[in-house]
Design a protein around this ligand. Sequence first.
Ligand SMILES: [Zn+2]
Length: 65
Amino acid sequence: MIDKCIACLKENLDKNTIGINKKLLGESVDTFYCIDCLADFLDTTVEELKDKIEEFKDEGCDLFE
Ligand SMILES: [Zn+2]
């Protein structure tokens, strides 16, 4: 698994960032965006993505910590 943003090449993406990539892009993706580039790609905001991460965590999703 490549834990590096495919857009800006930022390394060491954290578990929550990888989790939200999987949730929004599909669990089978093996390339990931950092939170900034993902927001950009999905035409949303980092704040909104962080809210979503919190929602998934509340649901007990194990893709998040
Ligand atoms: Zn990036």
